[in-house]
Design a binder for this molecule. Structure first.
Ligand code: F6P
Length: 537
């Protein structure tokens, strides 16, 4: 946890720097860009546009050390029970082979599962495992929600190619429209389902799995051969068997892997089915390389540790209100959605590990979308609204030589926005602009932009399986380090569980009309309106 003496020091540093000009720091501090650029596993983090100077930075890295971040990382990767309310380790790093010697038995299970996944994937790609009608599979639908959806969905979008091994699709929402839209253009005879649910109790996933199964059967797949079309990933092998999924088609998950950290497990099966086993292995390799960096690098050179320190600095000390993730790559279109769960489900907490209330803010509100689309929408608020924010601008330097001109335009937008966040537009410039438009000087404030918004740029040579693995691992570790600094448990999600419990209660009331009077007046009235609209009177 951040030591209170360090918090006091950082508070003093922050009040010194609250109104400091990042642009002035950039021009006055020698070597600022190289000093504030960290590289690891194919990623480069340029933090020179954070609102911090050399003196405060060394306080920040000292605070990271004093907070025990390196030791906390060792606890994580060696399987200490960091998730205290569920009494579990959080060993997602073991899924990619990190610290395997420390958890040999568990790693054997991981290796066995990876071998089974590889053989299943190669069997499907090689034609040993065909559909019930003996045809090769053409499409795979991943059915899952939260961590059983967002990671694989984001990675598959990022790896998108003209020639996937299987076309990948994702169904998550219990709204039947989600499944119906996905299945609309598909042939049941050549479609494979992967039902992903760590618990195998999640209402959305089980409902979608039932409907998708019915779609296969109605589309001509004989019920007796349905096992050929349905795979499952879960910790709850009995529930999957009860659901009718063949033991051979069932891949294990473990309670020591959190849903939002599970893309490296069999939850990533759809990635391998879509883009090949090699690709999935490279994803794991990229993440493992980032793990190795995180274990070895000192705090001042440690990329995810510094990402966490900047987030703490911005949210707690410079009082930024939100954190916006802006990938300038359509391939990273779903990155912000993925990071929302990772960041806010992990660190959206209000008590310390000891159960004491946390007075300071915890996880930042994280949002964002692929540039340049957001530029024509919410960037107005970023430039001229009055909310303080921090940002990550992420872009690959190359895109596989596809249309260099368009790629150059994309990069210029990324760089332009980073520069605009830095310099804004001054009062003087705004007056000149108003005059050039023949407008009265009183209108000049409408053109002003404060700039000086703290942000980092994260660059990689290209979006590849390995750089994606490293990027996701970097954000995973940043999230964990932040939880350590704030002294909270990043690995439970009791807030989400409450919705599930009340959801069950209300579903019963909608079905039978009973128990409506136990609800508050507003919810009861809305529920009654729903019953009336659906003729359930
Ligand atoms: O949304 C809450 C949650 O518990 C997430 O943590 C999890 O990723 C998701 O539900 C799905 O859970 P499961 O994989 O068990 O279906």
């Amino acid at each position: 946890m951040l030591q209170s003496s360090d918090a006091d020091i950082l508070k003093t540093e922050a009040s010194r720097l609250r109104n400091a000009s990042i642009a002035s720091l950039l021009s006055s501090e020698a070597n600022r860009v190289s000093d504030l650029t960290l590289s690891a596993a194919g990623l480069s983090l340029d933090a020179s546009k954070q609102r911090i100077d050399h003196a405060a930075l060394s306080r920040l890295t000292q605070a990271a050390d004093n907070a025990g971040l390196p030791a906390a990382f060792e606890q994580l990767v060696t399987g200490v029970e960091v998730n205290i309310t569920e009494q579990r380790a959080a060993l997602h790093t073991l899924l990619r082979g990190t610290a395997a010697d420390d958890c040999e038995d568990l790693h054997n299970e991981v290796r066995e599962t990876l071998a089974r996944m590889k053989s299943a994937v190669e069997g499907i790609h090689g034609g040993d495992h065909t559909s019930a009608s003996g045809q090769p599979f053409t499409d795979v639908i991943n059915i899952g929600i939260g961590g059983s959806d967002l990671g694989p969905r984001m990675i598959c979008r990022a790896l998108d190619s003209d020639t996937p091994k299987l076309r990948t699709h994702f169904v998550s929402n219990v709204d039947p429209h989600d499944l119906d839209v996905v299945t609309r253009g598909l042939n049941p005879a050549t479609t494979l389902l992967v039902v992903c649910s760590k618990t195998f109790t999640t209402e959305e996933t089980l409902t979608n799995a039932q409907r998708a199964r019915a779609w296969l059967i109605n589309g001509g797949v004989p019920e007796a051969s349905i096992g050929k079309h349905v795979l499952a990933v879960t910790t709850n092998l009995d529930a999957a068997a009860d659901f009718g999924i063949d033991a051979n088609g069932c891949f294990p998950m473990w309670d020591w892997v959190g849903g939002r950290y599970s893309v490296w497990s069999a939850i990533g099966l759809v990635i391998a089915l879509g883009y090949g086993w090699e690709t999935f292995s490279e994803l794991l390799d990229g993440a493992r390389a980032l793990d190795a960096h995180t274990r070895e690098a000192t705090p001042d050179q440690n990329l995810p540790m510094m990402m966490a320190m900047f987030e703490l600095w911005n949210t707690r000390f410079l009082n930024t209100e939100t954190h916006v993730v802006l990938p300038y790559s359509q391939r990273l279109e779903y990155l912000a959605d993925f990071l929302q769960q990772l960041t806010m489900e992990s660190n959206g907490k209000r008590v310390t590990l000891d159960g004491e209330p946390i007075e300071d803010v915890t996880a930042p509100v994280l949002w964002g979308s692929a540039g340049t689309i957001g530029q024509h929408s919410y960037y107005q608020l970023l430039h001229q609204g009055n909310r303080a924010f921090s940002a990550d601008i992420i872009f690959p330097l190359t895109n596989g030589a596809v249309d260099l001109d368009a790629h150059r335009k994309l990069a210029s937008n990324a760089l332009a926005q980073s520069r605009a966040f830095l310099i804004g537009r001054s009062a003087e410039e705004s007056k000149a602009l108003a005059a050039s438009k023949g407008l009265a000087p009183e209108l000049a404030p409408h053109f002003e932009m404060p700039g000086n918004h703290p942000h980092s740029s994260i660059v990689m040579d290209a979006v590849t399986p390995a750089t994606l693995g490293a990027l996701v691992a970097a954000y995973e570790h940043k999230t964990y380090f932040l939880s350590v600094l704030m002294g909270l448990n990043a690995f439970d999600q009791w807030g989400v569980e409450l919705g599930k419990v009340i959801g069950k209660q209300i579903r019963g009331a909608l079905e039978t009309g009973e128990g409506l009077d136990e609800l508050d007046a507003s919810t009861a009235t809305l529920a009654a309106a729903w019953r009336e609209a659906n003729d359930e009177r």
